[in-house]
Ligand binder design. Sequence first.
Ligand code: NAP
Ligand code: MG
Length: 405
Amino acid sequence: MNKINVKTPIVEIDGDEMTRVMWQMVKEQLLLPYLNMNLVYYDLQLKKRDETGDKITLEAAEAIKKYGVGVKCATITPNKDRMKEYNLKQEWNSPNGTIRAALDGTVFRAPILVSNVLPAVRSWKRPIHIGRHAYGDVYKNCEYRVPEAGKAELVFTNSASRELWRGTIQDFKGPGIIQGIHNTDKSIASFAKACFTYAYDQKINLWFGAKDTISKTYDAQFKKIFEQEYEANWKAKFKEAELEYFFTLIDDAIARIMKTEGGLLWACKNYDGDVMSDMLGSAYGSLAMMTSVLVSPEGYYEFEASHGTVQKHYYKYLKGEKTSSNSMALIFAWTGCLRKRGELDKTPEVVEFAKKLEEAALETVESGIMTGDLMLVATPSSKNKQASTEEFIAEVGKALQKKLK
Ligand code: NAP
Ligand code: MG
């Protein structure tokens, strides 16, 4: 078989621990034998970020801006333990946070559905997609441990050095904590636009939840900007396509999500999206059964797995013990990236390859060959067989080969 040419270079961002191990296997067994790709490679394993003073993360983000489409492996966000473990110069920021801040944009996540893993929520029949605003709020905060009694204030001084506003946060009688967060109209507007565009493309309803009854200025601004975007650009289109835009309070949204059939895009503020996407992932079966893509307002795309580096499995792997880590989300990060690249390059054969690889992966799980995380939640069957990390990828490889004949 002739290899398929991928026209434009792809930005490949490598990562850490068990996902790094799986990344290599997926590439070697499922991609490189079939594709001629020009990969622009950035190694974001923690050691490399430390060595380069985290410059490499910014370079990777710049490369995505240059080439348009990238794919990223999971990476360690260091904490105190990791500082010691890797002997780091500094507790570097989350690479995802850095890349998201550089590209702005919205992270869209959707469950990977298979017939033999039923969602934990019985009413869900179709996927619930999440659109997570990827800028600001608590992820770009300024916080302080208040050591003693005193007054905390919020002050805004304009660029001409004139104080426009001052408000009391709290008159502390003793120690406590304070935090300042922000967002910008520009970023919220691009978040809204990205969500309406995604829902319209996918032909699904759009829901947005915030807490504007309590946060009458901050959350209310999100609600207002979404409404403006809807009225100005989508109302007629949505009506014609029989789609609905629905705003409700975040707690009401959560209560309703539990009762819906699914088949909608749920737009979430940054923190809500962080927390709720893990809830959805696990309710649909496993954190590894979720696709994730960062879409920037300029039309750049970064595909990734939404789960972490699966640290506990990696330590077992290092000891030479058998592991059963699920590579589905990593495989789908690559297929999402290849499909988008193929669409932009107008190379249908690349899109077709991505589709076949996804089918091969789904059919492998549906045939009963699955990793440990899915064994726990799959519909019991005598065909179910737990595969190791390596065996699962090899089985997907066999299924793919049959499809490509
Ligand atoms: P995690 O890597 O997502 O793993 C949490 C648990 O979920 C695992 O211990 C495992 O459960 C299960 N799991 C996740 N992915 C799995 C897979 N592919 N196959 C099978 N089981 C899977 O989260 P974490 O342990 O909290 O974080 C580890 C590191 O990842 C941290 O350093 C964190 O900073 C980083 N992280 C990176 C990203 C990213 O780059 N996108 C996102 C989140 C976290 P069992 O142990 O029960 O099998
Ligand atoms: Mg999270």
